[in-house]
Write a protein that binds this ligand. Structure first.
Ligand SMILES: [Mg+2]
Length: 202
């Protein structure tokens, strides 16, 4: 795949929504270990609002902006704030309706930059950033011009780093109160974001 179009991206979103929906209960159960157990429901409703907004006929940049705003307007909580910020940031980074490899890197870097405005969490803090940051870095480090290669590098990095959260102590959110006891299970946000990147790769 040499260019990413709005239609390609809509297909990626549909795959991501299906994969996230399929694991909804699992994400809530993971969140329940050290939190309020709502992550599955929250990520599914945020994604569902984004999908609905993505179905309108619009250019790539507007579509991403609409998706981010739909999440912010229709859902609440940290899950939607972060996912909404991601799509709004992707809109900032979006330069055209047919993106080449560098355009796709700019798209995802825009998303990450805007999420960084919402959370100070970094790699190692046991949050969704453990999936997002390595995914975007893997894309940046990938020298291929084939967008499928970028997406698959991102998916692989996100999956591995989400698995790494199993041995981490949580530093953010309610989970931080659990200290050592937060070890032993994957972070729910890292799990759902890694699932999204996995589905983006197809
Ligand atoms: Mg929660």
């Amino acid at each position: 795949m040499n260019t990413l179009t709005t239609d390609n991206f809509r297909a990626m979103l549909q795959r991501a929504y299906a994969c996230i929906k399929a694991r909804e209960d699992e994400f809530s159960k993971l969140d329940a270990i050290t939190g309020d157990g709502d992550h599955g429901t929250a990520i599914v409703s945020a994604f569902s609002a984004a999908i609905k907004a993505s179905e309108k006929d619009a250019d790539f940049k507007t579509m991403l902006n609409d998706m981010g705003f739909a999440i912010m307007m229709e859902t609440s909580g940290s899950t939607s704030t972060l996912l909404g910020a991601f799509f709004l940031g992707m809109s900032n980074g979006c330069a055209g309706n047919e993106l080449d490899a560098n355009g796709v890197k700019a798209l995802f870097n825009g998303g990450l930059a805007n999420v960084r405005k919402q959370t100070k969490a970094d790699v190692g803090d046991k949050t969704m950033m453990d999936a997002l940051i390595p995914a975007v870095k893997a894309m940046d480090d990938c020298s291929s011009d084939d967008i499928a290669d970028l997406l698959s590098a991102a998916a692989k990095a996100a999956k591995k780093s989400a698995e790494d959260t199993i041995d981490m102590i949580a530093k953010f959110g309610r989970a931080r109160n659990y200290g050592e006891r937060s070890k032993g299970s994957m972070d729910s946000g890292a799990a759902s974001w890694a699932t999204m990147f996995g589905a983006f790769a197809g």
